[in-house]
Design a binder for this molecule. Structure first.
Ligand code: TPP
Length: 337
């Protein structure tokens, strides 16, 4: 029986759902291996995992076109993989290797893939929101029907940059989708301690931007909400604010023991794991059998193994590259091509 809750997602075909399952599993296994590699000290600096939040990126990407823009904060591994960037260059970036997506100089928080229109990976909370306004304004100006998706955490919505960008986005009716991934904690601070209004989606009303809460633990609910927002944006109706209600199963970063929440809370949320949820939906609809899922999972294991091997065997950046890509001279840029 069709579940009316899913709206547009009810129409997704088998191939799309299979690909969504593959991505969900890839994001999970990639992050689990990243945690392991961090423990082996092959990854330095900060490392923020996306485990638990996979449905947000995977559901969103299923609703986007390849030439749409995506920009995010530092919890970016899952989002770049969902965009279609192969896991090898992503893992190599975490290792700081020359074959990484940012040449090994960006690391975990600064993943980029310009050919796939993935514009980062930014470490300052909320800083990517005005940048998203820029790409969305470019699309609006060119009338090229491309949409910008901007992800940020619920701690970012108290930044001035959030309000400044949303005001201009609404004023100019740019094709942007602002997706707040409300995973309930900004580092160790629960949202109710930092925000007078904890229903993030309502903040759009201050800027005349429609918004809605979405089950961020459900890839199909995300698909439905993002598809509707993208259709609005492409029709020239302006931005949308979505509040994806999600949960991170791990600490804020690899160095966070997460003492601000109980083990019970995490265990309860784990019962809401988005990966078995998608699997159950596909099984009930008779779109895939156990053997199909096993085949996908085995292939993902190989791909993730391959990404670690690729990163291990890749060279370090040359010292001569230390100052490369720091500053682009707009006048001289054409000469180097
Ligand atoms: C302007 C600024 N202030 C403080 C920090 C330190 N900081 C890094 S992550 C973080 C919490 C952000 O939480 P949220 O936006 O909800 O995203 P999440 O980590 O949950 O994905 C803070 C305060 C920062 N990077 N930038």
């Amino acid at each position: 029986m069709a579940n009316p809750r899913y709206g547009l997602a009810e129409k997704l075909d088998r191939d799309t759902l299979i690909e969504m399952y593959r991505q969900m599993y890839l994001l999970r296994r990639f992050e689990e291996r990243s945690a392991q590699q961090y423990g082996l000290q092959k990854i330095g600096g900060f490392c923020h995992l996306y485990i638990g939040q996979e449905a947000v990126a995977v559901g969103t990407e299923a609703a986007l076109n390849d030439d749409d823009y995506v920009i995010t904060a530092y919890r970016d591994h899952g989002q770049i993989l969902a965009r279609g960037t192969p896991p090898g260059p992503v893992m190599a970036e975490l290792f700081g290797k020359a074959t990484g997506v940012a040449g090994g100089k960006g690391g975990s928080m600064h993943l980029f893939d310009i050919p796939r229109h993935f514009y980062g990976g930014w470490g300052i909370v909320g800083a990517q929101i005005p940048l998203a306004l820029g790409t969305a304004f470019a699309s609006h100006y060119r009338d090229d029907k491309r949409v910008t998706v901007c992800y940020f955490g619920e701690a970012a919505v108290n930044q001035g940059a959030f309000h400044e960008a949303l005001n201009m986005a609404a004023l100019w009716k740019v094709p942007a989708i602002f997706i707040c991934e409300n995973n309930r904690y900004g580092m160790g601070t629960p949202i109710k301690v930092s925000s007078a209004e904890v229903e993030v989606w309502k903040r759009g009303s201050a800027h005349n931007i429609p918004g809605e809460p979405v089950d961020g633990m459900d890839a199909l609910a995300m698909y439905d909400a993002v598809k509707r927002a993208a259709d609005r944006a492409r029709a020239g109706e302006g931005p949308t604010l979505l509040e994806a209600r999600t949960y991170r199963f791990r600490g804020h970063s690899m160095s966070d023991p997460a003492v601000y929440r109980t083990r019970d809370e995490v265990e309860t949320e784990r019962k809401n794991d988005p990966i078995p949820k998608l699997r159950d939906y596909m099984t009930k609809k008779k779109l895939a059998k156990d053997a199909d899922f096993t085949a996908i999972e085995e292939q993902v294991e190989k791909d993730v193994d391959g990404s670690v091997k690729f990163a291990d065997e890749s060279p370090w950046p040359e010292p001569s590259q230390l100052y490369a890509d720091i500053y682009v001279d707009p006048i001289r840029r054409g000469e180097s091509k």
